[in-house]
Design a protein around this ligand. Structure first.
Ligand SMILES: Nc1ncnc2c1ncn2[C@@H]1O[C@H](COP(=O)(O)OP(=O)(O)OP(=O)(O)O)[C@@H](O)[C@H]1O
Length: 229
């Protein structure tokens, strides 16, 4: 099974009369790890949100699935949870898994699945903490666990390493590489060129509102160095 190719036709974005993205046309190959990089404020997160249909852009984003269209997994750039929210990690995951209100009966199978996912991101021992009690790295792990639940072949991951310690970064990298190896089409917004050189299949740079794609093979690391000089 392979994720979709993503075709972008004259995609542009303007908010409050500010042009965030100049028209972009590109074809993103399926089953690849696409790194999106570029300076702060260049429009990387906005671009990802356009791919997801979360921003009122002009132009088209076409998803070419090889079979039936699937779900999209989105891991947003880190945001804080409201500290007083009376929701634990387990309850948060439960609502993601069941799409039911919290007062419905918790089924053992759901709790077991949640346990598996939390184990995978190293949060199993924190399942009873409230969202507002989580550290930045823990929030990042939780958002990733929630996205994993969707078993998607199309992933958009916005700066996944923010706040993660070294072990967390290694396991996040392994998870992302595994998604790609399983055939998913993966977009990762990332600033770390060494990481991109080692793990990404393609590099796309958004700069000054324009998407200039400088695509390189993972094996041609010298080309990446040239692109980023
Ligand atoms: N509603 C809005 N109206 C006008 N400008 C906005 C609005 N929302 C975001 N922006 C601006 O759009 C630009 C692009 O933001 P975006 O978050 O996409 O950048 P980014 O490349 O992901 O940045 P970073 O690397 O810092 O995360 C920024 O300059 C931001 O201030």
């Amino acid at each position: 099974m392979m994720g979709p190719a993503i075709e972008v036709q004259s995609l542009s974005l303007q908010l409050n009369r500010v042009v965030l993205l100049e028209p972009i046309s590109a074809m993103f190959k399926p089953g690849r790890l696409h790194a999106i990089s570029g300076p702060n404020g260049a429009g990387k997160s906005s671009f990802i949100k356009c791919l997801l249909g979360l921003m009122p852009h002009t132009g088209q984003v076409l998803r070419h699935w090889s079979g039936r269209p699937g779900q999209i997994a989105y891991v947003p750039q880190q945001s804080a949870f409201e500290a007083s929210l009376p929701v634990t990690i387990e309850e948060f995951m439960l609502t993601s898994i069941t799409r039911w209100p919290l007062f419905f009966k918790r089924r053992d199978a759901h709790l077991q699945r949640i346990d598996e996912l939390l184990q995978r991101v190293g949060l199993a021992s924190k399942r009873h903490l409230r969202l507002g009690q989580l550290s930045g790295g823990e929030r990042q792990r939780l958002l990733f666990a929630q996205a994993l639940e969707r078993q998607s072949l199309l992933w958009c991951i916005d700066e996944p390493m923010t706040g993660l310690d070294q072990a967390g970064q290694l396991s996040m990298t392994a998870e992302i590489a595994q998604l790609r190896d399983q055939g998913a089409t993966v977009f990762v917004v990332h600033h770390d060129m060494e990481w991109i050189q080692q793990y990404a299949d393609e590099l796309w740079i958004i700069e000054g509102g324009l998407a200039q794609h400088r695509m390189v093979s993972r094996k041609q690391s010298s080309l990446i160095a040239e692109a980023c000089a």
